[in-house]
Ligand binder design. Structure first.
Ligand SMILES: Cc1cc2nc3c(=O)[nH]c(=O)nc-3n(C[C@H](O)[C@H](O)[C@H](O)COP(=O)(O)OP(=O)(O)OC[C@H]3O[C@@H](n4cnc5c(N)ncnc54)[C@H](O)[C@@H]3O)c2cc1C
Length: 462
């Protein structure tokens, strides 16, 4: 059985690639121009149009809606947001706890709107289970659990080895932490459904339309220019391709594999009846889901970064990465040793230099953006979009500041990444260190995080 490699992602093998929408026919004017048709751009268009139905909103998408990470991810709709702890250090614990509450609500909000709009995205509210498989991972898990509780997640459960195995039997597990604030989704069904919902509201989407330059009140494409008082950049992992943005958010790769549908006897060995989003506490961490059609889709870092901030070609990943992910799968679930890997793919996510997600509307220029979600963007994009809506409404005098515009991630600025070859050397060095630290923690049964990983965290600026 051969493994399909690329083809955007496994998620499109069940839905098929969407029929293409028309490119931009020529110069045009709008009230708001959204660049990028992933979750961030589409949610932004959705909430703005709902708030002000007469707004003329144009979405420009280089390929097709859901071409990027929004159509390729692991389907963890969960309440993690990149940078919360740094925002606590910068703005105080209460401000960051408010951001965390907004994230918890955003999980509910995505589920609510999907239901209201009739988007069947295979949503299963099984929460998120993170497991520890070494003593060092267990120490990190306990610290992580305590921190989440301190940020208000009093409904989170710390589980022993047996309780964890009652949910999912991951080989070698010594403990787990479970939160109800998460759901398993089918990423492509969500993004495709969202694009249709946005269009039904009257937003115009142009696909196969690359924006080559964004400047105040202009989004320039080879087919014409959209002039709009507000131009919102929602290009996340692809942002470095835009003029002037080469050293902004770093395009980090994440790769996934999906097994064939697993037979009942394998599921009896594994459990996982609650279909929790599943992850571990390794430095080079693993994330997984049990799909609606009973496969395991599992992801991890692979080759972390391509020289010069290049992105992949339609989701193709390296053979070595497929082998490494398969190896992880079998280590986690020995009963999968003989199963076929139907599909493998990769995508890019945006990593800011300080690993903090942010959202901003520059009132002087009308340029806005949101992203830098570092792999936690499925829910965060929804919060970012509602925040962009409020910022645009505030700027155009239709409303005042809101709870969302006061959140600590609004207007956060970060320095640029180092030029090449430092950027490439740095990221590859970092992940080599993390992989070494994971091996060392496992082999030496270290009781706490290895010094190498702690040093890597400091160098990374995490
Ligand atoms: C393999 C993988 C697994 C992940 N798993 C999870 C997960 O389980 N949970 C989670 O929370 N997060 C996960 N993430 C991260 C999450 O998917 C992203 O943070 C989120 O989808 C970002 O949405 P977005 O709309 O900002 O960006 P994208 O979905 O990348 O959308 C950006 C869009 O902009 C378009 N575009 C780019 N440049 C231009 C241009 N110049 N002109 C016009 N259009 C342009 C692209 O074609 C793309 O469609 C994962 C990411 C990857 C890659």
């Amino acid at each position: 059985m051969t493994t399909v490699n690329g083809g955007i992602s496994f998620w499109y093998s069940s839905t098929g690639l969407p029929a293409p929408r028309e490119p931009l026919p020529g110069d045009t004017a709008a009230d708001v121009c959204v660049v990028g048709g992933g979750y961030t751009g589409l949610w932004t268009a959705y909430y703005l149009k709902k708030a002000v139905p007469f707004l003329r909103i144009v979405v420009l998408e280089r390929k097709f809606c859901g071409y990027g990470a929004s159509g390729r991810n692991g389907g963890w709709l969960y309440n993690g947001i990149a940078g919360r702890d740094r925002y606590a250090a910068l703005h105080g614990h209460d401000a960051a706890a408010g951001l965390q509450r907004a994230m918890n609500d955003s999980v509910d909000e995505v589920v609510r709107v999907a239901q209201e709009e009739g988007i069947d995205a295979d949503v299963h509210r099984g929460g998120v289970l993170e497991v520890a498989r070494t003593p060092a991972q267990l120490a990190r898990l306990k610290a992580y659990h305590a921190a989440e509780v301190a940020f208000g997640e009093t409904d989170r459960l710390l589980l022993g080895a047996v309780e964890t195995a009652e949910r999912v039997r991951v080989a070698g597990t010594v403990g787990g932490s479970w939160t109800p604030h998460g759901a398993r989704i089918h990423p492509a069904k969500l993004v495709q459904g969202l694009a249709k919902a946005v269009e039904a509201l009257g937003v115009v989407i142009h696909e196969s339309t690359p924006v080559t330059e964004i400047r105040p009140k202009h989004a320039v494409t080879p087919y014409g220019t959209v002039r709009a008082p507000y131009v919102l950049r929602c290009t996340e992992g692809f942002t470095a391709d835009l003029k002037g943005q080469r050293r902004a958010w770093l395009p980090m790769n994440s790769s996934m594999i999906a097994t064939e549908p697993l037979p009942a006897e394998v599921w009896r060995t594994i459990g996982w009846d609650g279909r929790e989003a599943l992850g571990d506490m390794a430095h080079a961490y693993v994330y997984a889901q049990r799909t609606a059609d009973d496969r395991i889709a599992l992801g991890g870092r692979g080759v972390p970064y391509r020289f010069g901030s290049r992105t992949d070609s339609d989701g193709r990943t390296q053979d070595a990465t497929i082998a490494a992910l398969r190896d992880v799968l079998v280590r986690f679930f020995p009963a999968t040793a003989g199963v076929a890997i139907d599909h493998a793919w990769s995508g890019v996510l945006g990593v800011p230099r300080d690993w903090c997600a942010s959202v901003e509307l520059d009132r002087a220029t009308g340029l806005g953006w949101a992203g830098g979600y570092v792999g936690s963007g499925v829910t965060t994009a929804n919060l970012a979009a509602r925040t962009l809506r409020d910022l645009v409404q505030q700027d155009s005098g239709q409303s005042g500041p809101t709870e969302l515009t006061a959140q600590p991630w609004v207007g956060h600025r970060v320095r640029r990444w180092e030029p090449e070859p430092l950027r490439w050397l740095g990221v590859h060095g970092l992940y080599a260190a993390y992989r070494y630290a994971d091996r060392r923690e496992a082999e030496a049964h270290l009781a706490g995080t290895s010094a190498v990983a702690r040093a890597a965290d400091r160098i990374a600026g995490r």
